[in-house]
Design a protein around this ligand. Structure first.
Ligand SMILES: Cc1ncc(C[n+]2csc(CCOP(=O)(O)OP(=O)(O)O)c2C)c(N)n1
Ligand SMILES: [Mg+2]
Length: 745
């Protein structure tokens, strides 16, 4: 006989401890009576929760057996944390939940409140990566279910807390605005996480933002549940730290409970939920638990924990605690507890055998299907929706933008946002400085006054929370348009886009989406002003995120049409778009010469079908020259057009393709325009490493372009202050030289 496996030790310990509980002599408590004097938990509720806890334990044991047999792919369990079931019992099954990976008993207890659900089977299908698992469909093992209001989470610890903040915010905001939401108006959002995770800046930022919202007098019904097992893999959390850090935060009511005692845990959870639901204010529920069987199946905790420490945890097994409670109340005998345990173990084994036979994901197309659904015809139809003429006229203060003069890029975005807000009450515009000030560059000027502070508002200065509010609002049925003030400041929040926004549809098989359009002011050419952080020209972090759309308009009419497309794609397909606005072009009016006003454009209202919308991934070609194709975008567009005019004067026929969309690239336009001249010059204001030109070159190569090609990029460096910036950025003179060079080859 080899050494006993951790799951065998845990199983044997529980059986032995339950068997040795002194059987109560009482005749048996009434099921509708409190299970223990002074507690609110009834015997019936205690029984139901015992079943959730036993089921969760059985799943953890089965996960390891499946792994050992080569059928399972995930062994992080909930063993020791099963008192989290009380949180589900204290909530309603319609309260949106974002769960820790050890909240298995919560999941089972919630499912028990919804008839027709099959939670044991769901989890087992997740463990074996079955294609018909109800949330991720084999793409991940995660707790989630659309019928249970459980939104699936990534493995990035704490990264769900900004979204949880946003969901809580959206519940009351939707009610205030009178728009439909995915959750009941009196719902509570719940997010659980571990004790080590509570230190992550993403968690501290989101919790700080929650306190900040309350401090500002706004509702935020968020229940934060810290499942504190005292460890983050092998690193202990200092004794008392969670309470020291979160016990007395402004606006955040602190509750704490011993996870080994179901009855008191339940009472505390009920009080916490009641606080959040009735006061519409956040609470922090500190659930003190233990962790059995190490961090995951591969983790031998004996290498970093003492024997006595591990041994002491068995006394705090929540299943033993619940068994003791039921036995002492005379509801079950120890033998009956074991019988229930055996029954669920047997049921889980049977379901596991069945799960093994289920189909796994079978093709690349099947895997990627939910990533970024695209229905361009429906997007086009929605993009052309406008508010009623009278509403528009009143909304624009009696003067429609199409009746005024030509507009800059900034003004076109402003009018387009207004039109979108007039047409759809779900649209929210927010970020740092976007409200009263109207944005650092005036892009959102007047919107708060026109559409109200409930829809256009300033946030606190935390990009993770800004995107988190958008993630939560989007998944709740609103249409958020968050602003990131500068491209350089997207980076500290990038995971909210990459890990959270972009992946939700993928990991939920399209069952949850976070439609949103993130506006980001960016790129260089601000005549040296502001240095690198106001001239960031790196788009590499956006180019490789699966499924997202990256739009970069160079002129006002494109900005209006493209923004409408992004908003419509968000509504129709749940698309996540990043709308990069070239700061240097915001207020440009002139093009060839000072005062010519040729870069400003006429505003086309949304319902003027053809001109008001541009499909995702379709570029704009200027000119029909046969000698050279310049491929560019953003600031490169006006620069290249000016160079093209000079080249034309010297007898070189040019055409300029403005890509407009960096992701997905306009492949058809690229192929066609490259083939038309056989000479391609890529004018790319981003850096040569990780820049857009890499994608363009790869696209040309993939499509067997055989002509000449050259590229101009910014230097692989950060941007300096002042005129020195000119040394590292692509210039018109360089474009002209490169064009002559290429044509002369
Ligand atoms: C951002 C991030 N960093 C590191 C990890 C790797 N990791 C997974 S779980 C974990 C420990 C989490 O501890 P805790 O929050 O206490 O949760 P517990 O596992 O103890 O329930 C770590 C470091 C991760 N998933 N995400
Ligand atoms: Mg922990």
């Amino acid at each position: 006989m080899g050494e006993e496996l951790p799951e065998q030790v845990l199983d044997a310990r529980l059986r032995r401890a339950v068997a040795s509980l002194p059987a109560s002599l009482s005749a048996g408590a009434a099921l509708d009576q409190p299970i223990r004097a002074g507690n609110r938990l009834t015997a019936a509720q205690g029984l139901a929760l015992l079943d959730a806890q036993l089921g969760s334990r059985a799943l953890d044991i089965e996960a390891r057996r499946l792994r050992a047999a080569g059928h399972g792919y995930y062994t992080i369990g909930s063993a020791g944390h099963e008192s989290n079931a009380v949180v589900a019992a204290a909530l309603r099954p319609t309260d949106p939940a974002l769960l820790h990976y050890r909240s298995g008993a919560f999941y089972l207890a919630r499912a028990a409140q919804v008839p027709g659900t099959t939670p044991l089977r769901d989890v087992l299908l997740g463990l074996v990566a079955a294609a018909d698992e109800p949330i991720a469909g084999g793409r991940h093992k995660v707790f989630g279910h659309p019928d249970l209001a459980v939104i699936p989470q990534t493995s990035t610890i704490a990264s769900h807390l900004p979204r949880a903040l946003g969901v809580a915010f959206a519940i009351d905001r939707a009610r205030k605005l009178g728009v439909d939401s995915a959750w009941p108006a009196d719902a509570v959002a719940i997010a659980s996480f571990g004790d080590a995770s509570a230190n992550h800046s993403t968690a501290t930022g989101a919790i700080n933002a929650a306190c900040h919202v309350v401090h500002g007098g706004l509702p935020l019904p968020l229940l934060l549940v810290c499942e504190d097992n005292g460890l983050g893999i092998s690193v202990p959390t200092a004794q008392g730290w969670i309470e020291a850090a979160y016990g007395a935060r402004p606006g955040l009511r602190y509750f704490t409970a011993d996870g080994s005692d179901l009855a008191s845990c339940f009472d505390v959870a009920v009080s916490a939920v009641d606080h959040v639901r009735t006061r519409r204010q956040p609470a922090f529920l500190h659930l003190r638990v233990v962790r059995f069987m190490g961090h995951a199946g591969t983790d031998a905790e004996i290498s970093y924990r003492g024997h006595t420490e591990i041994e002491a945890d068995y006394q705090r097994d929540p299943l033993l605690g619940t068994a003791r409670l039921l036995v002492e109340a005379g509801v079950l005998t120890p033998t009956q507890v074991i019988a229930r345990y055996d029954a669920v173990r047997g049921e889980v084994e049977r379901l596991a055998r069945e799960a093994i036979g289920h189909r796994r994901l079978g093709s690349a197309a099947e895997i990627a299907a939910p990533l970024s659904p695209r229905r361009p015809e429906r997007v086009a139809a929605v993009a052309s929706a406008a508010a009623d003429p009278e509403v528009r006229l009143a909304g624009f203060g009696g003067r429609l933008p199409e009746d005024g003069g030509p507009l800059t890029l900034a003004d076109s975005i402003n009018r387009t946002l207004s039109d979108a807000m007039l047409a759809d009450p779900r649209v929210l515009v927010f970020g740092e400085d976007v409200g009263r000030k109207g944005g650092v560059y005036g892009v959102t000027r007047g919107l708060a006054r026109r559409h109200g502070a409930g829809r256009v508002f300033d946030t606190l200065l935390d990009e993770q929370s800004i995107l988190g509010v958008a993630l939560g609002a989007g998944v709740s049925g609103l249409l958020p348009v968050p602003e990131i003030q500068y491209l350089a400041y997207l980076h500290n929040a990038e995971d909210q886009l990459r890990g959270e926004a972009a992946s939700l549809s993928f990991f939920s098989g399209g069952r949850y989406q976070n439609p949103m359009v993130v506006r980001v002011a960016g790129l260089a050419y601000q005549r040296g002003f502001g240095g690198h952080f106001h001239n960031d020209n790196g788009l590499g972090v956006l180019r490789d995120i699966p499924g997202i759309v990256v739009a970069i308009p160079a002129r006002g009419d494109d900005a209006a049409a493209m923004l409408r497309t992004c908003l419509a794609a968000a509504r129709v397909d749940g698309t996540v778009s990043v709308f990069v606005e070239p700061i240097a072009l915001y207020h440009s009016r002139d093009f060839y010469a000072p005062g010519d006003g040729e870069w400003a454009t006429h505003y086309v209202p949304p319902n003027e079908w053809a001109a008001a919308h541009v499909p995702i991934g379709v570029g704009r070609t200027y000119g029909t020259g046969a000698d050279l194709t310049i491929v560019t975008f953003g600031n490169g567009t006006p620069m290249s057009l000016r160079v093209a005019r000079r080249l034309g004067a010297s007898g070189i026929g040019c055409r300029v393709l403005d890509l407009r969309w960096i992701a997905p690239l306009p492949v058809e336009d690229l192929r066609r325009e490259a083939a038309a001249t056989g000479r391609v010059l890529i004018v790319d204001e981003t850096r040569s490493s990780g820049g857009v030109s890499e994608g363009v070159l790869a696209c040309l190569s993939d499509h067997r372009y055989r002509g000449e090609v050259a590229r101009l990029n910014a230097l692989d460096t950060f941007i300096p202050l002042g005129d020195a910036a000119g040394h590292v950025l692509v210039s018109e003179a360089a474009i002209e030289r490169a064009a002559h060079d290429l044509v002369g080859r």
